[in-house]
Design a protein around this ligand. Sequence first.
Ligand code: NAI
Length: 258
Amino acid sequence: MTDIPRVDFNGKVAFVTGAGSGVGRATALAFAKAGASVAAVDINEVALNETAAIIRDAGGKVLAITCDVTKGEQVKGALDKTIEAFGRLDAAHNNAGIEQPAQPIGDISEELWDRIISVNLKSVFLCMKYQIEIMLKQGSGAIVNTASGAGVLAIRNQSSYCASKFGVVAASKVAALEYAEKGIRVNAICPGIIDTPMISRYTNDTDEGRAFMIAQEPIGRMGRPEEIAGTVLWLCSDAAGFVTGHAMIVDGGQTAGI
Ligand code: NAI
């Protein structure tokens, strides 16, 4: 009988952005626990060093790289450092992102629009651009880009965030088509409401705010960052070898009725 491939990253190298907090931290930890050497990337050096310390304390291998993912030369530099330290790149989770304050489109400033698109969407382009260069030389690699339920569903007062996340889904699918023959898989993940510092900020960390978010979740609770990390690892693993160009919804049923 043929063995089913396992979610195992021993001897592999993973690159995670937004690794200082929330979903990115959980994914960096999960990759390290699954045996990968992890390049952990974030703009927030203090938070990033905390993530790196957690991984090292648990016996994992990690390189902390402070980087603004909206800047092409910094993203290229982070990937150069990854190759210098670990020699290859097998899995990438392009996940750094920021929230948009709730506002109708007519009230959004040009600066805010540019900022949201730059951090949430341009960063994914820049990361894929330089990751694919490395993966093409290897003839293999898997990329997962963090989109959102807001990448498949229009949400009132979230036009720039939705535009950025619909864009992440589109860029992921197009890249999947372009590089499928070269052994590179590209998918997006669309989380529902996940209990992270981003959601604490968005709800002003109030009971009412949290209750409002939970009310949108048929499953009756927010997701945990580890529940997104688990799906990202699966998508990057050999177990998902035939999965590419997919926007995987992991959302407690939030969008099941659409
Ligand atoms: P978070 O705010 O807890 O973590 C985001 C991390 O990204 C932070 O460590 C931050 O320093 C980093 N970051 C921000 N701008 C950066 C930049 N220019 N360069 C490098 N790093 C930067 O947020 P969370 O919740 O973990 O979100 C992660 C991703 O998941 C984001 O793309 C977000 O849009 C997406 N998402 C989150 C959901 C949620 O309910 N928490 C739902 C759906 C998607």
